[in-house]
Design a protein around this ligand. Structure first.
Ligand code: PFF
Length: 454
């Protein structure tokens, strides 16, 4: 039986269990950002010091905003636009619009990158890396980027899967898919990380990940860690707000926010423990940049015993991570059309999925037929929308949500929402202090830096 929340004449889905809520939110947070991005930026910024600072950002910025989003969502039981409209309306409704728009934009190119992971899953299953030399393997990635047809095909396949799950609803679609994929993801990752740590490159990798090299910690690196924390926890986008709006009243939101952030951080670190040891074992560079997963790792797989199996497991892991995150991105937009425009979910998912697919087409073509066309700065289309979304819209959304939670949401509303049912939140004053004074300042710094003010 699926649960619903009744509010006037409206009926909204709810998670069928708290475990389902946690898995779905963890599914949203754990994505390409953890497994593809975190290891390579850690690699570029010298390892341990970056990791330490990243963890500090999770506490000072990540958990406070996540709790803020969940409180707003559950209190209003609406999508982001409806939530701000029903709380204060006026200028704050713009925040709702901004985050729904960000969902639209991010999903369009997230699906394209997720499509690459599907393509690589198929390549691994066909054993395409084995028997190739270190010069040929990275060439496979250039070939994929040059092929418009292949990218469009996988983009379509991936988007169709996202739509197929979202149209089934909160508990039968989102919750069920996450409850299946997330435990599998943990299992695969644990296996790969244990294998990594026990391999000859394990010791240098542990040293690399956990011994801080403070000289590499420049102010800009610090800001990068903050931006990554926001993206990785799916904040500033209304995803946690929307998922929180389906949580039942007895759910302990502070505990949920801590558990989700903890899992997200563990997965990022475990991804590092899965990737760096084998990279070191085969004498490759840790600072491989964005190509780490698509170029460096496949070279390693081509040399490893049972490399085909490891490659397939690794790319399956990436597919699960990407899919469970993409679900939350589409859900934000679908929730808006269902709540505010009264569309039925099926229609909303199909139609919006299709429109976002179309918006993703130029991203899929941006390294092929459109490769000479530059948009923002020197960036091609995909990099431009990524810049727009993850460096402008997300930090701005996070900033507005933090300011709103800290300054406009009254203690009476916030505290009584959090303490519904049996829940007691003794750390309320700490949270309130952080979200009022510390979090907004830190996020504002990231934002100003990202848009090039300093
Ligand atoms: N948190 C996801 C990741 O780390 O890949 C990305 C993401 C998903 C960002 C959903 C924002 C969002 F709403």
């Amino acid at each position: 039986m699926s649960k619903h929340h009744h509010d006037g004449g409206r009926k909204r889905g709810l998670w069928s269990s708290r475990f389902g809520f946690i898995m779905a939110s963890a599914g949203s947070a754990i994505g390409l950002g953890n497994i593809w991005k975190f290891p390579y930026i850690t690699g570029m910024h010298g390892g341990g010091a970056f990791v330490l600072f990243y963890i500090l950002c999770i506490f000072l910025v990540g958990i406070p905003i996540m709790l803020g989003e969940m409180v707003i969502g559950r209190h209003t039981r609406r999508n982001p636009v409806g939530a701000f409209r029903s709380l204060r309306g006026g200028i704050w409704t713009v925040t709702g619009w901004l985050v729904v728009a960000a969902g639209f934009v991010i999903l369009s190119y997230y699906c394209v990158v997720a499509g690459w992971t599907l393509d690589y899953l198929l390549l691994s299953l066909r054993g395409a890396f084995s028997g190739q030399n270190a010069a040929q393997v990275p060439g496979l990635f250039s070939k994929l980027l040059a092929s418009d047809a292949r990218q469009l095909f996988w983009h379509a396949v991936f988007m169709s899967s996202v739509v197929a799950i979202v149209l089934r609803g909160v508990s039968k679609g989102l919750e069920k898919a996450n409850k299946i994929m997330m435990p599998l993801l943990f299992l695969i990752l644990l296996f790969l990380a244990v294998y990594g740590v026990l391999s000859p490159g394990g010791a240098p990798a542990l040293h690399f990940l956990f011994s801080p090299d403070w000289s590499k910690l420049t102010p800009l690196v610090l800001l990068e860690a903050l931006g990554q924390a926001l993206f990785s926890l799916s904040l500033g986008m209304g995803a946690m707000l929307t998922y929180g709006s389906y949580a039942d009243d007895g759910t302990n939101l502070p505990a949920a926010a801590c558990a989700i952030s903890f899992m997200d951080t563990c997965v990022a670190i475990l991804a590092g423990l899965a990737i760096f040891p084998i990279v070191f074992t085969y004498g490759m560079q840790a600072a491989g940049g964005p190509g780490l997963v698509f170029k460096t790792l496949p070279v390693v797989f081509s040399r490893m015993p049972a490399g085909t199996l490891f490659a397939a497991l690794f790319f399956l892991l990436l597919v699960f991570a990407a899919l469970t995150s993409a679900l939350s991105l589409l859900e934000v937009v679908v929730a808006y059309y269902c709540d505010e425009k009264k569309w039925d979910r099926r229609r909303a998912a199909l139609l919006i999925g299709f429109v976002i697919f179309l918006l993703g087409v130029p991203s899929a073509l941006s390294n092929g037929i459109l490769k000479d066309i530059v948009f923002i700065g020197e960036r091609n289309f995909l990099d431009s929308v990524d810049f727009l979304a993850s460096t402008v819209m997300l930090p701005l959304g996070g900033l507005l949500i933090a300011v709103y939670t800290g300054w406009a949401l009254t203690t009476r509303v916030a505290k009584s929402e959090i303490e519904k049912g049996e829940v007691r939140f003794h750390l309320y004053p700490v949270w309130h202090f952080l979200i009022k004074y510390i979090t907004p300042v830190l996020v504002a710094l990231v934002f100003l830096n990202k848009i090039g003010v300093f």
